[in-house]
Each structure stands twice: as structure tokens, then as C-alpha cells.
Write a protein that binds this ligand. Structure first.
Ligand SMILES: [Zn+2]
Length: 68
């Protein structure tokens, strides 16, 4: 049983044009990918994100379970 955590940047309001899409085995790893992407692609510093932005982003994280 493997869980895949995924996030599509374009689902965040204002990011509709971004093709960035990330997959990871843990939510911790996914956050790292999202934060790195935000820095490289959008020039954002994740350390400055307000709690409500993080909550909104967290709500967009999808989990998928696969039997294997
Ligand atoms: Zn993006």
C-alpha cells in the first residue's frame, strides 16, 4: 500500500497559468517540493506565507492510495 501526495500549482488562486505539478510519497516531502517550486518559479519565500495561505494550499493536496 503506497500513498501518493500530489499538488497542482494551477489550482491555487492566481496560479492558473502554472503547469507545475508535484508528487511525493510523504506530505513532508511534497511541502518541500512546493516550497522549492514557489521560490524558483514564482520568486516567493515560503517562510513568509501566512497561515491562511498554507491552509488553503494544504486543502488542495490530494492523496491517492495504491495497492502494490
Ligand atoms: Zn507554480
Amino acid at each position: 500500500m503506497t500513498t501518493t501526495y500530489s499538488y497542482a500549482c494551477k489550482e491555487f488562486p492566481g496560479m492558473e497559468a502554472c503547469p507545475g505539478r508535484f508528487y511525493a510519497e510523504t506530505e513532508d516531502e511534497l511541502w518541500k517540493l512546493i516550497e522549492l517550486h514557489a521560490a524558483v518559479a514564482h520568486g516567493e519565500d515560503a517562510a513568509t506565507w501566512p497561515a491562511e495561505d498554507r491552509a488553503q494550499l494544504k486543502a488542495l493536496i490530494k492523496t491517492e492510495r495504491a495497492e502494490n
